[in-house]
Design a protein around this ligand. Structure first.
Ligand SMILES: C[S@@+](CC[C@H](N)C(=O)[O-])C[C@H]1O[C@@H](n2cnc3c(N)ncnc32)[C@H](O)[C@@H]1O
Length: 308
C-alpha cells in the first residue's frame, strides 16, 4: 500500500486527522512510511495485526509514536480508542471487512464515522474473498474455499498457474464475496457516507462522512481519480500481465521438469548395451555417418547449452 502514499497523504492532510489505525500491517512497509509522515505532524499511529512480522515488531519497539496491537481487527476494534482514520488492509474477505465496518460504526455511535481507507477494492479481491485463516470465518463461506490454487483476471474460476493463493473463494462475484462488495453493502445502509474508488495498485477506496467539514475539499481532491476509466484500463492491463507472468513461470517450470526427465531417459538409452548394437547397425546403414548413440549425445549436449 506504500505505493499509494502520494495520494494517501493529501487525503489525510485534507481531512486534518490526528490519529490513524492501520488494520493489517504485516512487515510495516506502509507503517514506516506512515510514521515518517505522521510523527512530525503529531499524528499517532496504531498498527493492528495478529501476526506482525519481526520488522514491524522492531519498528514498534523503536518508536514512541507507534502502538502495535497483536490481535485481529475483530478483537482490537472494540477495545481501542476510535482513531480519526482507519486503513483497512487485513483479511481481504466479505465477512471480515463487514465485521470491521460494523464494529467501527458501533464504536462511532451517533458521532461521525472516521475516515476510511481501503486497499484491494479492485481485482483480485474487490469481488473475491481470500482468507488468512479460514477457521476465523463462518461455515457458510468455508464450503467454497479453494486451497493452494491460482486465479487470473477474466477467469471467474480458477486458473492453473495463475496468481497463487493459499485460500481463496473458488469463484469470483456473486453476493457476499469480496472487499468492495462488503463496502458497498455497508454503504447501502448509510446515506451519510461517500465513497471514491481509485482503480490503481489493486484498488484504493476512500469513504468519508458527507457532512464532515472537510468533505467538499476531499471530494474535489479525489474527483479526478475516482473511477477514472484510463487508470482502470492501465490497472487491468497491469494485473493481466502480472497474472500472465505467473502462468508463464509455471509453464516454464513444467517444461523444465519434463525436459529433465526426457534427458535422463535419453542418457539411460545412450548408455544401454542394446543401443550399442543398434548404433553399429545404424552407422553401417548411414555409410559411416554418426550413429544413433552419437546423435543422442550430441542432442543432449546441444540442449544443455541452449539458453532457457
Ligand atoms: C496485505 S498485508 C498488509 C500490508 C500492509 N498494510 C502494507 O501495506 O505494507 C495483510 C496483513 O493482514 C493481517 N491480517 C490478517 N487477518 C487480519 C485480521 N483479521 N485483522 C488484522 N490483520 C489481519 C495479516 O497478518 C497480514 O500481515
Amino acid at each position: 500500500m506504500a505505493n499509494l502514499d502520494e495520494l494517501m497523504f493529501p487525503v489525510f492532510e485534507t481531512s486534518g486527522i490526528g490519529s490513524i489505525a492501520e488494520i493489517g500491517a504485516y512487515a510495516g512497509d506502509l507503517t514506516g512510511v506512515l510514521l515518517e509522515w505522521a510523527t512530525p505532524r503529531g499524528v499517532s499511529v496504531t498498527a493492528v495485526d495478529p501476526v506482525p512480522q519481526p520488522a514491524l515488531v522492531e519498528m514498534a519497539e523503536g518508536s514512541s509514536n507507534l502502538r502495535l496491537e497483536r490481535a485481529t481487527s475483530i478483537e482490537a476494534i472494540p477495545r481501542m480508542e476510535l482513531p480519526d482514520a482507519f486503513i483497512i488492509d487485513g483479511d481481504h474477505n466479505y465477512h471480515t471487512v463487514s465485521e470491521e465496518l460494523r464494529l467501527i460504526a458501533e464504536k462511532a455511535g451517533d458521532g461521525p464515522m472516521p475516515l476510511l481507507l481501503f486497499h484491494d477494492v479492485c481485482w483480485p479481491h474487490g469481488r473475491r474473498d481470500s482468507y488468512y485463516a479460514p477457521d476465523r470465518i463462518p461455515d457458510e463461506y468455508r464450503e467454497t474455499i479453494a486451497e493452494g490454487v491460482g486465479i487470473a483476471p477474466e477467469e471467474p474460476g480458477l486458473t492453473y498457474g495463475g496468481f497463487p493463493y493459499k485460500w481463496v473463494q473458488e469463484r469470483e462475484g456473486g453476493e457476499r464475496n469480496g472487499v468492495l462488495t462488503a463496502v458497498e453493502d455497508f454503504l447501502a445502509e448509510r446515506d451519510d457516507l461517500e465513497l471514491a474508488i481509485v482503480p490503481i495498485f489493486f484498488g484504493f477506496g476512500v469513504s468519508w462522512p458527507r457532512e464532515a467539514p472537510y468533505a467538499g475539499a476531499l471530494r474535489e481532491l479525489l474527483a479526478p481519480w475516482d473511477r477514472n476509466p484510463m487508470l482502470a484500463r492501465l490497472e487491468w492491463n497491469r494485473v493481466k500481465s502480472l497474472a500472465q507472468s505467473y502462468v508463464s513461470r509455471t509453464e516454464v517450470a513444467v517444461l523444465r521438469e519434463r525436459n529433465w526427465r526426457q534427458e535422463k531417459l535419453l542418457l539411460e538409452i545412450g548408455r544401454s548395451t542394446g543401443l550399442a548394437v543398434t548404433d553399429r547397425l545404424s552407422r553401417f546403414n548411414r555409410n559411416g555417418n554418426p550413429g544413433l548413440r552419437e546423435r543422442i549425445t550430441d542432442e543432449l549436449e546441444t540442449s544443455r547449452n541452449e539458453p532457457v
